[in-house]
Write a protein that binds this ligand. Sequence first.
Ligand code: KG4
Ligand code: ZN
Length: 355
Amino acid sequence: MTLGIETSCDETAAAVVADGRHVLANVVASQWDTHLPFGGVVPELASRRHVEVVLPVVRRALAESSVQPADVDLVAATVGPGLPGALLVGLTAAKALALAWNKPLVGVNHLVGHLYAAFLDGAGGAAGDGGPSWPAVALIVSGGHSDLLYVEDHGRYRVLGRTRDDAAGEAFDKVARLLGLPYPGGPALERLARRGRPAAVAFPRPLLGAAGEDSLDFSFSGLKTAVAHHLEERGRDGPGAGEAWLADVAASFQAAVVDVLVARAGTALVRTGARTLVAAGGVAANGALRAALASLCDRLGVRLYVPPPALCTDNAAMIACAGAFARAAGRCDDLDLDIEPRLGWPEAVVEDATR
Ligand code: KG4
Ligand code: ZN
C-alpha cells in the first residue's frame, strides 16, 4: 500500500495505490484559479498553496481509500523535475509522514512517474493485464517535456528524440493563449477544436519529411509562429473571423501536433522493433492524439498503453506506482533526500536501441 505525494508544479496531489497497480484514491487539488489571473503558474504562489493544502489532500486520500496510516507500507514523493519551492513542500511532507509513521520513503522522478502511469488499472489491455512489457517505445508529452524513449527494462532508458524548443504541452498552452482561451490551454483548445475542421488550415509539420532528416526530435515553436501569423493575416475581427474560424485554427493546429507526434512514434517503433507503445503526460489526455495513436498501433500490430486522461495529467497515483516499483527493486531513500528541480531521465544504459 503506497501513499504517493506530487507537488512539482501547480497541482497538489495525493494518492493511495495498492500493489503498484490499483488506484484506491487519487486526489488532485488544482490551483488553476490561483494562477488564472496571471495566465501561467506563479512559482511562489504555487508553493504557498501547496503548504496550505498538502496535508488536507493526504488526509482525503486516506479517507477515500479507507486506509489507515498503519496500513501504509511506503511513502513516495516527487523529487523533480519541477519548481523548487513546490517540490520542497511535497517532499518535506512525505519525509515528515515517513518519519512519524516509521515507514520507508522513496523519492520519484516525475518523468518516470508519467511513464509508470501505464501500469495503473485502465491504461490499456484487458483486466488483469500486467501492464506494458519491455522493451517498449514511450512518448512522454507534457507541459515541460516531449520525449521519445526506448525503454529496454525497468530503469534502462534511452532518449531517442526530444524537443528542440517548446514542449508539446507548451505549444498547446501558447496557441490557446493566441486564440484567447483561458489557462490551462490544452483542454480548452481541445474543446474548441472539436467544432473545427482539422484540414481547414495547412499548418507546417515541423521536421517531418525534411530531406535527409532522420532525427526523432520535435520542434513546435515554428508551428506556434505559423498560427500567430495566420491569426494576424486574417485579422481576428476581419471578414470570416469568429468562433467557427477560431475552431478551424484550433483543429488544424491540433492535427499538426498529432501528426508529428504519431509519425515520430511510428518511426521509433519500426526502427527499434518494439512491440509496445506507452504514451503518457498531460498531452496524452488529448482525444485526437489518443485516437491517432490507437490507429497507428492497430496498423503496426503493437500494444498501446495510455493511462486514462486523469492519470495522464499530473497526479500522485503515478508517483505511488513508480515508487512501489522502485521499492520492489530494493530502493529506499534516507530522510536527507533532497529535491532535484532539474532532473532529467535517469542515465541511459542502452548503447544501441536498434540492435
Ligand atoms: O503532465 P502535465 O499535467 O504537467 C507537466 O508535467 O507538465 O502536463 C500539462 C500539459 C499542459 O501543457 C496542458 O495544456 C497539456 O498538458 N494538456 C493537454 C490536454 N490536457 C492537458 N494538451 C492537449 N490536450 C489536452 N486535453
Ligand atoms: Zn507532469
